[in-house]
Design a protein around this ligand. Structure first.
Ligand code: AMP
Length: 504
């Protein structure tokens, strides 16, 4: 039996006429179309000389052809390597030099700059455009739809996703066919996906969330999706009546809540709202429930591990918590220094083992070894604890832990307290160098519309709920928080921006 994920996907298609994807303004595709287009792209890749194990780098906008290319890579045993379209040519050059792809797919507009940047090291380059033009699309359109999917081992690589690399070099996470299959099947099961579901897909597809969590879950349940080029409130509002499930990053939900037309009626027919990739504030969770009657289901994962935990489908979806380990996944909270498991309630580093855990960092065996314990557990670098009911809560990245006057301060706890104050829309808590305390707890906040930020009032609001050593020494108001494409607050950028606040 083959371990090829595509064989599982194809094996589940029982009605080729069933809808798979609708691209507003760009057509509708059935499961039969998915089989045929992935076949044509697989034949095109083969014509271009792509062989098993070759990396195929893709830097384009969000097109349905990228889905065919991803599936074609699975079918050929090639390794799909998506790149954020925001990367500059010199950043792309780093990834190309590191991964040495046999083929680079990009939009024509960026092609010549990339060629110039890469020089003699440039791989074969083909183009893929949103409007149906491009050399790869032309070639694929001329191919036969039939393609014999290559048998591969479940441990063979299906994709390499580069981590965002906030510290040091960006690392290529090697993801296998079995990593993806096991995780998608677990999600289909715990989130109860079936063929009657229609997913609203507004996420980018160069990241694990939009690419694997969303698309593989749809494919392995026979569901369908409305494939939007990006999250844009008007388009999302227009699509909502036609979908049953939405997956989003927390900013999608705060943007929907800022839209007065988004109310109980808009959300009434929905089966499920899912959030992940960044912390969903308990406050946003509560406001969303009050407005719509739906409790957002928050889950937690990372590029290296696919999804790790999820709040329950049936049962309490606890605001501020990320729920329980997925079936087949073992999670423990451990001493960051030694890896010794902690008792429930203690804050430690989140570690896990399971079929979802990646195969290591591309060409970085030492770095890979550093991230695993001798007993095989992967060290996520996230801090968290298990509450008495077994729910896991994330306290922040280990790198963002603040040590002030010798005390540990966990940013998530302070951010939750800040977000509950009426004047504050969102917050990020960071540690800044301080001559006495080592690090000073500092709050960066965004005011709610019409509210004014008073440092004294905010500290006064926190005093009843937080111990003294946790109180922010300073509160800085900003118009917006710096976030990356997945809605994650860029704390490193904030630390750099305000680095000398307490030193002058
Ligand atoms: P990435 O590899 O870009 O997907 O980032 C993974 C990181 O995002 C994790 O290690 C967490 O720090 C963070 N993350 C993902 N989901 C959540 C969540 N539900 N709550 C808090 N942090 C999250």
């Amino acid at each position: 039996m083959t371990g090829n994920l595509f064989a599982t996907i194809a094996g589940m298609v029982d009605d080729p006429q069933a809808p798979f994807a609708r691209v507003p303004g760009g057509g509708s595709f059935t499961y039969g179309d998915m089989l045929a287009w992935s076949g044509r792209y697989a034949n095109a890749l083969t014509k271009l000389g792509v062989k098993k194990g070759d990396r195929i780098a893709v830097q384009t906008g969000k097109h349905v052809d990228c889905v065919w290319t991803y599936l074609a890579c699975l079918r050929c045993g090639a390794i799909y390597l998506p790149l954020n379209p925001a990367y500059t040519p010199s950043e792309v050059a780093y990834f190309v030099n590191d991964a040495e792809p046999g083929l680079l797919i990009c939009e024509a507009a960026g092609c010549s700059v990339l060629h110039a940047e890469l020089g003699a090291r440039a791989p074969l380059i083909e183009t893929l455009e949103a409007d149906g033009s491009g050399s790869l699309q032309s070639l694929a359109s001329m191919q036969a739809a039939g393609f014999a999917t290559l048998p591969v081992d479940g441990d063979d690589l299906a994709a390499i996703l580069y981590t965002s690399g906030t510290t040091g070099r960006s690392k290529g996470a090697m993801i296998s066919h079995e990593n993806l299959r096991s995780n998608a099947l677990a999600l289909v099961d715990v989130w109860r996906f079936d063929a009657s579901d229609v997913l609203l897909h507004a996420l980018p597809i160069f990241h694990t969330h939009g690419l694997f969590v969303a698309i593989n879950t749809v494919l392995l349940s026979g569901a369908s999706m409305i494939f939007l080029p990006k999250f844009e409130v008007t388009a999302v509002m227009a699509a909502l009546p036609q979908v049953t499930v939405m997956m989003g990053v927390p900013t999608f939900y705060s943007r929907l809540l800022a839209e007065p037309r988004f109310d109980q009626q808009t959300a009434q027919h929905m089966r499920l709202f899912i959030s992940g990739s960044a912390p969903l504030s308990a406050e946003t969770h509560r406001i969303f429930t009050a407005r719509t009657g739906h409790a957002i289901l928050e889950r937690y994962g990372m590029t290296e591990t696919n999804m790790i935990t999820s709040n329950p489908y049936a049962g309490e979806r606890r605001p501020g918590a990320v729920g329980f380990a997925l079936p087949g996944v073992t999670v423990r909270i451990a001493d960051p220094a030694t890896g010794k498991p902690f008792a429930d309630g203690e804050i430690g580093v989140i570690e896990l083992k399971g079929p979802n855990v990646f195969k290591g960092y591309w060409r970085m065996p030492e770095k890979t070894a550093e991230e695993f314990r001798p007993d095989g557990f992967f060290i996520t670098g996230d801090l968290g604890y298990v509450d008495p009911d077994g729910y896991i809560t994330i306290s922040g990245r280990a790198k963002d832990l603040i040590i002030s006057g010798g005390f540990n301060v966990y940013p998530a706890e302070i951010e939750n307290a800040l977000d509950a104050l009426p004047a504050i829309a969102e917050s990020a808590v960071i540690g800044l160098p301080h001559p006495d305390f080592g690090e000073a707890v500092t709050a960066v906040v965004v005011a709610r519309q019409g509210a004014a930020i008073s440092e004294t009032e905010i500290r006064g609001g926190l005093e009843p709920v937080l111990a003294r050593f946790k109180l922010p020494k300073r509160v800085i108001a900003m118009d917006t928080l710096p976030r990356n494409a997945m809605g994650k607050v860029q704390k490193k950028a904030l630390r750099e921006k305000f680095a000398s606040l307490f030193l002058t």
